[in-house]
Structure formats: C-alpha cells, structure tokens
Design a protein around this ligand. Sequence first.
Ligand code: F7E
Length: 348
Amino acid sequence: MKTVIITGVTGQDGSHMVDFLLKNTDYNIIGTVRRLSVPNHQNIAHIKDPRFKLAHMDIGDPQSVNNTVQEYKPDYFINFAANSFVGTSWEMPVVHMQSNCMGVLYQLEAIRKFAPKCKYYNAGSSEEFGDVAYVPQDENHPLRPRSPYGASKASARQIVKVWRESYGLYAVQGWLFNHEGTRRGQEFVTRKITKGVADIVKSLGSNQIPRPIELGNLSAKRDWSDAEDFVEGVWLMLNQNEPKDYVLSSNETHTVKEFVELAFAAAEIEGFWLGESGTVGEVFVHKQFKYPLVVVNPKFFRPAEVDILLGDSSKARKEIGWSPKTSFYRLVKKMVSNDLENSLDKSK
Ligand code: F7E
C-alpha cells in the first residue's frame, strides 16, 4: 500500500486533498500537523477513514521533517503548508520566507536523503507572476512577484527546479491561481464577502441595521476557481511520466466588485453602487433600505497590488487532461449558501 504525506492538512487544500485521495485511491495518508495549544481540526473533523492518520511535524524544523520522511518513507509528499495570506506577508516577511521557501528546502533535502523515489509537490502560486508582463499568464510567464509572499513562492520554485535537475527527483510546483470554497479562511476576500453577506441577511431578518462589509481594492481582478477541482489537478501533475509544472486556472477573470454583486444576488439582496469607482467613497447600498452593505476601508489596501491575474491553463488541459468543473457563478453560489446555512444553524 502506498503512502502519501500531506502537509497543511487542516487547511482548505490539504483537507480537500485527503478527501480526494480517500475517494480515488487505496493509499495510506499521513496528514502532518504542528503542535498548537488550541488545534483547529474543523476541516478534517468529518474524516473517519482508518487509512488517514495525523503525525506531528513542523515544516520549520528540519529535524522533524527528516524524522517524518525517514519514518514513513512516503511515495508522495504534497506540501500545502504555507503562510498563505498575501496581506500579512508585508508584516511578517521573514516567517513567510522561512516557511514557504526554507520549508521546501528542508523537505527536498529529507526526500533526497531518505526517500529519493518519492514524488514531491509544492504549492506554487499565480502571485509569482505579480505585475504581469502579459495576459493571460501561462507557464512561460516570467516570475515578477509583488509581495513577500509571491517572492517566497518564486524562490521555492527555483529550489524545486534545482533539486529536480541536480538529483533527478520527481519534484514539481504548479502555478495555482486563486481557488476558493466553503473551507476558505475568512480573511481571504471571497470568504470575507460570503460570510459578510450571511451576517447581513441575518441582521436584516431580525430587523437590525446591518454592519457593512469593509473591503480594500474593489477593482483587483482575479481568476477564481473551486479548490476541490484543483486538488485533482495537483494529483494529475504528480502522476505524469516526466515531472512538469503546470498552470491551473479557470481562464476567466473577475473583479472583487463582481464577486460582491454575485454574492448579494445569490442571497437575493438587491443593491447598487454609489460614489466614484476606484475611490474610498465607493459604496454598495441596499436597494430598498439604502443601508450601506459594502464600504471601502483603506486599511485593507496592500503596499503593492497585483492588478490582474488571468490564467491560461490550456497546457494542463491538453497534457494531463485536467479541467475545472465548477463555474465562477456556481462557486459564489455554493459559498454563499454554505455561509447562510451556517448562520441559520447558529441562530437555532
Ligand atoms: O485577495 C483584494 C486583494 O486575499 C484577492 C491566496 O490563496 O491566491 C490568494 O491570494 C484580491 C486582492 O487572495 C480585500 O487586494 C480587496 O487583490 O483573497 P485574497 P490573494 O491575495 O489573491 C493566491 C493565488 C495565493 O497563492 C494566496 O496564497 O482581493 N481585496 N479587499 C481584499 N483581499 C482581502 N483579503 N481582504 C479585503 O478586504
């Protein structure tokens, strides 16, 4: 029986990867978690399959990484653990570089020494493309990161490449464009909006004036997909004849503003925009009651923004047979419905 190690298993991508592998393979899965005084296992609480086990490992500690790889001698190692929030990477650049880049180096060294046949995947990001040179971005786009987070992922990419070419390891790093879902952390803009919409529905239902959602740059354009579709793409990337890096994306781009409009529409709330577009005075207002539903707070602006991301995943579609199944519209609807259900549950 083959063994897969997955880091970041309590997060969105790691937990979906466990679900995917339990459903589609008969492999044993070791999900690594670092010790926390208050662990958050919400995303894996539903998993009862005995093939899934947790092990303690800290990606910042090379000794613990070595021990884990030595003990389990995995056939696959999927690294989803990261400091993944771009916004805080300016506040804590060192920790981003340490976990997102040095962490990868420790893992590759452990694999080289103790499990050289192991297939390795590191989560790369469209943030590596940064202030883009052309649209849409494909595998040939230069690395031009705009954030410490993007720089850490671009550096990790070089390490993966060097270890692959120097030691013949099967090591890949896909460029994953934004991917979201019901397990998305609440600081990311999509979940912040869908959770905010659910809170507003609840307030309106109890005749209270709703608290508006405070956002930053409404004009940013992102290529959003469903995280559940992406874990399948990662698995396909890990199972080619030759190790190759691919872009995974929906090949559509939408503004944060469009996400807001669709999310309110999914909750059957009608609103309209007031104020000059692209300014801090811009506000989304309830059509009937005129309450502000979304306002701009400059606190959420970033020191340097990636204005547009739009992927071209045609190579992955052609060569590994991957394509996303969930449309942008369905993704927004699914996230809003989930947050509406959660907020109804809590009010019972
Ligand atoms: O921001 C704008 C913000 O934080 C998306 C991570 O998974 O995808 C993700 O990174 C856009 C940006 O994701 C708010 O300025 C406006 O332009 O949801 P986000 P991200 O930075 O694109 C990539 C591919 C990764 O690899 C990352 O790990 O939305 N925006 N207002 C806001 N963003 C946030 N978070 N909060 C706001 O209030």
